[in-house]
Design a protein around this ligand. Structure first.
Ligand code: PMP
Length: 285
């Protein structure tokens, strides 16, 4: 059976799952989304993802046409219809279609789309060997322009940096904020380890407040590793003992080289490995 996509309460096969070319999600990136993981038939931290989706919606003044409970039910229904127990869910809400003008209040038909699919992970060997990344020249969106805490459909900022990374032969790229401090990577949050202490940029550094980031902080606290959410510079990255990224798709992935500087020993470090295995226990249990 072809993959079934949920659109506004109905299932359509992948080929027939379509929305208008006048949709503002397409015309302007006017909408929001979430990316979630499902392990053993259970969506990891769905409540937190839905809370973030609703917060993104409030921030851009987008009325989501269904309530949180119905959304959660629809997500689970999409997974069961597609018989997916371990996979990835993409939840999208666009502002809908109107005329070609900018006025967002001309439209009143937000589109809610749920896609459940299997996930294309980074190759397993990257989790063992670690990633090499570069710093992109493209800075992360200024919070006063388009706050990175809004998970909006406009990801061009991240895509520009991703292009820089890929052109340099790297799967991820580090983005700085307008102050020149470390923000995050194009689709992942960043952590450093120095002398047994964990560091990550604060939520107001111009980052998406990642749900995997929060899980990593909780795991660190549980195993007695202290965590500081403070402003960090590239110097802190270059002189760190360990570095790793977090994200729903990537989970926890070690970084071993940044801008050609080996991080620590140039191999995934012990704290990264400890947090990665605890995270896997948490999600697979
Ligand atoms: N930063 C950005 C820009 C992202 O798009 C994502 C999600 N892919 C993350 C961080 C990680 O967030 P989460 O752990 O909630 O998936």
């Amino acid at each position: 059976m072809a993959l079934q996509i949920w659109i506004n309460g109905e299932f359509f096969s992948k080929e027939d799952a379509k929305i208008s070319v006048y949709d503002r999600g397409l015309l302007y990136g006017d909408g929001i989304f979430e990316g979630m993981r499902c392990y053993n038939g259970k969506v990891f931290r769905m409540e937190e993802h839905l809370k973030r989706l609703w917060e993104s919606a409030r921030s851009i003044l987008l009325p989501i046409p269904i309530d949180i409970q119905s959304m959660a039910k629809a997500v689970n229904e999409t997974l069961s219809t597609n018989k997916i127990t371990d996979g990835y869910i993409r939840l999208i809400v666009t502002r809908g279609s109107g005329s070609l003008g900018l006025d967002p209040f001309e439209t009143s038909n937000p589109q809610v789309i749920i896609i459940a699919d299997h996930i294309a992970l980074y190759p397993k060997e990257l989790y063992e060997k670690g990633l090499e990344i570069i710093t992109a020249a493209t800075i992360r969106n200024h919070s006063a322009a388009l706050n990175p805490r809004i998970k909006s459909l406009n990801y061009l900022n991240n895509i520009m940096a991703k292009i820089e990374g890929l052109k340099a032969g790297c799967q991820e790229a580090l983005m700085l904020n307008h102050k020149g401090d470390i923000a995050e990577c194009t689709g992942d949050n960043i952590f450093l380890v120095k002398e047994g202490h964990l560091y990550t940029p604060p939520a107001d550094a111009g980052i998406l407040d990642g749900i995997t980031r929060k899980a990593a902080i909780e795991i660190a606290n549980e195993v007695g590793i202290e965590v500081s959410e403070i402003a960090l510079t590239r110097h802190d990255v270059f002189t760190a003992d360990e570095c790793f990224l977090t994200g729903s798709a990537a989970e926890i992935i070690p970084v071993v080289k940044v801008d050609d500087r080996p991080i620590g020993t140039g191999k995934p470090g012990p704290i990264t490995q400890q947090l990665l295995s605890k995270f896997q226990e948490l999600t697979r249990s």
